[in-house]
Write a protein that binds this ligand. Structure first.
Ligand code: ADP
Ligand code: MG
Length: 236
């Protein structure tokens, strides 16, 4: 009675163009895979936040997204859910290498994203890894070529790209810049430019930050294709 994965995936993808944020109140109103829906439910995530509701549809449609919403508004799931869905729909396996790269300015934020991914992604079979320094480089290096979803800080990622022959991102599908404005503030702009040069052009890019600053737009210009600007304002 069980359906072929191809059939399930095709049905999911056929619904992407019809996603209307105005009609979404629950995660069940978004066409998401069973493992993602289970992961969300088990962690008591039932209703998407505004930035999730407004942006996830575009991300599922394969568009580049530049999302702005204040701290605490749920930006992490706004990019983790699409990552899980994109790799799921491509039937990504360990052998396919790194499919998604999440760059964030601090180790602490990287840990938080990793924890959220561990929870919500529990029913998927993707591997995930932190590349944030603090551990010795050799330890991180051994696993790199098998890690499907990498969460990293810019400096450490660049170090890997420069020094680690096992590490390549030729199959990369999605690049996420979390706290994009802070990445620039902290002087990571040059590192980011070098990182982006090492990534395939043919990919989806999702940028999230608390504010849509001019410099974020500058960075966006380097790597985004006709991005959808999703800005969630505070309601009075
Ligand atoms: P941001 O990155 O915008 O600062 P986070 O992604 O860190 O926000 O989320 C802030 C908090 O909101 C976290 O504790 C997270 O677990 C919670 N959260 C995120 N999405 C939802 C949701 N849909 N329903 C309930 N809580 C959520
Ligand atoms: Mg965040």
């Amino acid at each position: 009675k069980s359906e072929k994965p191809e059939v399930i995936i095709e049905r999911l993808q056929s619904q992407y163009q019809k996603i209307d944020p105005k009609k979404i109140t629950h995660f069940d109103d978004i066409p998401l895979s069973l493992p993602t829906r289970k992961g969300l439910k088990e962690n008591k995530f039932t209703e998407p936040t505004e930035i999730q509701r407004e942006s996830i549809g575009f991300s599922l449609q394969g568009l580049d997204v530049l999302g702005a919403a204040k701290t605490g508004s749920g930006k992490t799931l706004a990019f983790l859910i699409p990552i899980l869905e994109i790799l799921y729909c491509k039937q990504w396996t360990r052998l396919d290498g790194t499919g998604a790269l999440i760059v964030t300015p601090t180790r602490e934020l990287a840990y938080q994203i990793f924890e959220m991914l561990r929870k919500v992604g529990v029913h998927h079979e993707f591997s995930a890894g932190l590349i944030i320094g603090g551990k010795d480089l050799k330890f991180e290096r051994q696993r790199m070529d098998q890690v499907n979803i990498i969460i990293c800080t810019p400096g450490r990622l660049l170090q890997h790209m420069d020094e680690n022959p096992l590490f390549d991102c030729v199959n990369l599908q999605v690049l996420v810049l979390d706290e994009a404005d802070r990445i620039l503030d902290l002087g990571f702009q040059q590192a980011m430019n070098s990182i982006v040069k090492n990534l395939p052009q043919e990919r989806q890019t999702l940028l999230f930050s608390a504010t849509q600053t001019k410099s974020v737009r500058d960075l966006a210009r380097l790597s985004l294709k006709d991005p959808m600007y999703v800005s969630v304002h505070e309601h009075a």
